[in-house]
Design a binder for this molecule. Sequence first.
Ligand SMILES: [Zn+2]
Length: 286
Amino acid sequence: MKLRPAPPNFGVRFKRVDLRDRPVIAAHHNQVVDTFLATTLGYDGVVVSTVEHLMAALFGSGVDNVLVELDGPEVPILDGSAAPFIEVLREAGLREQDALRKCMVVGRSLQVRDGDAFIKVTPCRDFRVRYAIDFPHPLVGKQEYSWSLNEGTFALDIAGARTFGFLKDVQKLQSLGLAQGGSLANAIVFDDSGLLNKDGFRYSNECVRHKVLDFIGDLALAGVTLQGSFEVRKAGHALHNAFLKQLTSRPGYCAVSIATRVQIPFFQTPGMPPLGRDFPAVGKPM
Ligand SMILES: [Zn+2]
């Protein structure tokens, strides 16, 4: 995967450089073709899967415009979190562009349900998420976590949280030919009573933090940054995506305007090395 600078109003786009004609897919919820295990974008048989962790890292770092080149159908899973993406973004540095930043502002409350899973949003001048999960496992159980987007909070609170799974589910998936790359190097894996990863958790409530990460990544497919207070219970990629589609398609629930309150969280983060190195000049992105 290679990240390339892009001009204002470009958004996030994926380019499959391994295919003839190098097709480009916009990172937009209308392009979602699959939400089983991960969020997959596609059209005409061309797919880019597992976009959510990278999308969360871009959203959490205030990156609006970037061309993502891929030489295969999947964003690298790396360690199963968004931390490696934050590292490369910090290393490359970010540049403020000469354009007004757009923001999707929630104007009315909306709730979407699926069984006991739900997502609700209420108007708010910040971007806030409160997420609750409940897994019948002694090391998970009920976890609830509240988070809001501010300078550096994504890198600090969310980026390191890894994907998690249960050994019996992983074995079932692998017998079906899925999750073939799944291992302890890129996921937290639980057996019936414990944790298989020798180094333990990165956060005591790493699972619910990862759910927040996934939710941010799926919501980032709005195509612009967001203002709203989101409450989520026991959801997954499918409901995240269905919710975003409802929010953006129902008249009167949200509007795109110029961002005033949502800051670029990546700049001036205390404790981070200076981001002095500029991107190279923007070339021909497409
Ligand atoms: Zn995930």
